[in-house]
Design a protein around this ligand. Structure first.
Ligand SMILES: Nc1nc2c(ncn2[C@@H]2O[C@H](COP(=O)(O)OP(=O)(O)OP(=O)(O)O)[C@@H](O)[C@H]2O)c(=O)[nH]1
Ligand SMILES: [Mg+2]
Length: 228
């Protein structure tokens, strides 16, 4: 007998393809539902240390190369910048920022960046995307949540999703995100726990709308939970 996939039983189609199909259906229905009930403009605020891939992730989210992004030993983004887009019916403002976590940053420059970032957000809700490389955890990132709270008040961790870049490195090493998170060092585990385990992984070298859809699902769920 034929099932809803148009083949009999599991014959001819590997089970993972069926899971993938169901997952896409789930995302599709989620966005149909969201499109009808979600008319707020959402701010996605990219924060993280220099070179972690904030601008590249912003470009992946926007689906176009808007923010300047390149390999460099010096900071590339030196001013806060904003771009807007509509993703699956949801209006987003993407705010790219310079590294505000550098311990050597001039306090006046830090203040300017933080004020500008808040100004670019214009309105609530704000979702903070803490960008970190999946392939490395640095000393400067150890107290990054405290630094984030210093800039954006203590409730900020409730509005933060950790966005791991260089998912391609994990992919090449055949490591799943769950396994990576399970075996990562305690300092990083602590950060993840402080953000209630909200994590996504991006392959900015291979930008796809699928990874953006997964991020947006987390973003919308988080906002809806906070509004309840
Ligand atoms: N392979 C790979 N490279 C990435 C990924 N994300 C970012 N990069 C590369 O990492 C480099 C730095 O990325 P940026 O987006 O400029 O980093 P940033 O955090 O904006 O850096 P600053 O503007 O200096 O703060 C660029 O060469 C990107 O192409 C990724 O997921 N995979
Ligand atoms: Mg940048």
């Amino acid at each position: 007998m034929n099932n809803h996939f148009g083949n009999s039983g599991n014959e001819g189609k590997p089970i993972w393809k069926e899971y993938l199909f169901l997952f896409h259906c789930h995302l599709f229905l989620f966005f149909i539902d969201t499109e009808n009930h979600f008319d707020t403009k959402v701010n996605l605020v990219l924060l993280g240390m220099t070179g972690t891939g904030k601008s590249a992730s912003g470009n992946t989210i926007l689906g176009k190369k808007f923010f300047k992004c390149k390999p460099s030993t010096k900071p590339v983004t030196t001013e806060c910048q904003r771009a807007e887009s509509k993703i699956n019916g949801i209006h987003v403002r993407v705010i790219d920022n310079p590294d505000i976590f550098d311990d050597d940053i001039n306090p006046r420059v830090w203040d300017t960046h933080v004020k500008k970032c808040k100004q670019l957000c214009e309105s609530e809700p704000c979702v903070y995307l803490l960008v970190m490389q999946a392939s490395r955890f640095t000393d400067g990132e150890r107290n990054i949540i405290e630094k984030l709270e210093k800039a954006f008040a203590s409730k900020v961790r409730k509005q933060t999703i950790i966005l791991f870049t260089r998912g391609d490195d994990l992919h090449c090493a055949n490591i799943k995100l769950e396994d990576f998170l399970h075996s990562c060092q305690p300092g990083l585990k602590e950060i993840i726990q402080k953000c209630d385990n909200r994590c996504v992984v991006f392959e900015n070298s291979r930008p796809t709308s699928h990874q953006v859809a997964i991020l947006m699902e987390k973003v919308i769920r988080m906002i809806q939970e906070q509004q309840q």
